[in-house]
Design a protein around this ligand. Structure first.
Ligand SMILES: [Zn+2]
Length: 70
């Protein structure tokens, strides 16, 4: 089960979206550990921040989906 999780980069006004695998570990596919962010704090940050996706997570996610097959 995959899930998107946003991480705010302190001081840069950016939100980075990582992909986490919930059944394995609370860390992102790129190896980053993501602390729990409260929804309220996250919403406030989203309004102020630019958003982008973590390229490492996107790469890992697409190859994981591909290797899963159908
Ligand atoms: Zn990532």
């Amino acid at each position: 089960m995959y899930e998107m999780r946003a991480e705010s980069t302190v001081g840069r006004g950016e939100l980075i979206w990582h992909v986490i695998r919930k059944d394995v570990a609370p860390s992102a596919l790129c190896g980053r550990f993501l602390a729990q962010v409260s929804p309220t704090a996250l919403l406030a940050q989203i309004e102020a921040a630019a958003e982008r996706y973590c390229p490492s997570c996107m790469t890992a996610f697409s190859s994981a989906v591909r290797s899963h097959g159908r």
